[in-house]
Design a protein. Structure first.
Length: 64
């Protein structure tokens, strides 16, 4: 899980183009979460929701 779309999307695309092992990458936007504080709690809840909706995720990019 990352906010860094530019770097991680390029890295994942490169790995996939070279047929190298990869994992799903979940992108988040911090401004989609309440401020201030409790970011970890909200991230955990959002990631749990995503994991339940994608029990066998494909290798690729996700925007929950």
């Amino acid at each position: 899980m990352t906010e860094n779309f530019a770097d991680f999307a390029a890295m994942l695309t490169g790995r996939q183009n070279r047929n190298e092992p990869s994992v799903p990458v979940v992108f988040i936007r911090r401004d989609n979460f309440p401020r201030p504080g409790a970011l970890a709690h909200h991230l955990a809840r959002k990631l749990d929701e995503w994991a339940k909706a994608n029990p066998e995720p494909f290798v690729g990019l996700y925007w929950p």
